[in-house]
Design a protein around this ligand. Sequence first.
Ligand SMILES: Cc1cc2nc3c(=O)[nH]c(=O)nc-3n(C[C@H](O)[C@H](O)[C@H](O)COP(=O)(O)OP(=O)(O)OC[C@H]3O[C@@H](n4cnc5c(N)ncnc54)[C@H](O)[C@@H]3O)c2cc1C
Length: 324
Amino acid sequence: MKEFKLAQPKTLVQTSAFLGLNQGKTALMAGGTDLLDEIKNETISPEVVIDLTTIPDLDTIRQEKETIKIGALTRVVDLAQNTKIQEYYPGLVQAALSLATPQLRNVGTVGGNLCQRPRCWYYRDPHVNCRKKGGSRCFAIQGKNKYHAIFGGGMCHIVFPSDLAPALISLDARAVIATGIGEKTVPLAEFYILPRQNVRQENILGADEVLKEIHLPLPKSGAKSTYLKLKERGTWDFAVVSVAASGEVSNGAFQGIRIVCGGVAPIPWRLTKAESIIEGKLASEGMLRQAVQEELKETRPLSENGYKLDLLEVAVYRAVMALV
Ligand SMILES: Cc1cc2nc3c(=O)[nH]c(=O)nc-3n(C[C@H](O)[C@H](O)[C@H](O)COP(=O)(O)OP(=O)(O)OC[C@H]3O[C@@H](n4cnc5c(N)ncnc54)[C@H](O)[C@@H]3O)c2cc1C
């Protein structure tokens, strides 16, 4: 591991200014559970690590009118244990409790979870200069690709590993970004970008920008949410396929269903075709499986990850039926 200096700013304005002046030399750190792994592996070697935990008031969850506001520095354990989150968004609690281990949830934050880097073994290997690190090839295309993307890959086949991102997007979350000159708010779904937009990063954050907060609208009366994570191991693991589903069932028919998947694409992947097939229909296994099969026509599995198609079909069926 290469030595680095530690900066401990007191405000987001200071942080943005520092980031702007030291582009390419810095890394933001929240809980550090992902970042320090990257530094130890020498996947990245920043000259300065900026500790966000010294900035006050970024770790709170509060309700303002019809919105629940979650600070980026909120620990995953505090998200899962918050009574309003438990009351309004059970799917988000399931996602939070599915991720990593109790120790990691005690340290890891919501912002760090949403901005974590991919787990692709080629990206994480300091000896491999893949496209994500500025090289000219995605080694997964002809290499070992069991855990890689079936949707949206193309030039880089990472999957986005976050459990919270699909759950939050299924709940219509918005991301508040602190910029050098103030703040901007975008739908969390638009926070993420595909490799063809910028293969070097997974989100839209500019060089001097920091994720500040997540905003969630209060759910409609009768709306439900759920999160289903399929892992290779019974103990802690990243999702090979995960499905966040939310919406209502009225007189037996689905209404406003959102389905967002993890572990299958470089960004949280929304199944909009399946959603529109399901809309207004009565729950049935045949209809739900057919809806997913329409989506699967878009997939481009690699040599070792075709098994994810079957997993996705079953996971979507089970997650959506859990709303009934
Ligand atoms: C053994 C192990 C198992 C894991 N299992 C899972 C799992 O099952 N599911 C899962 O989703 N994750 C998992 N993780 C990943 C990670 O630990 C968690 O996602 C955690 O929530 C990350 O939060 P953090 O605060 O520690 O992030 P950090 O490590 O501090 O940061 C992660 C990344 O986000 C950036 N960042 C952090 N905060 C901000 C911000 N506010 N604005 C902009 N950028 C920011 C950092 O620069 C860094 O690149 C696992 C990690 C390990 C080591």
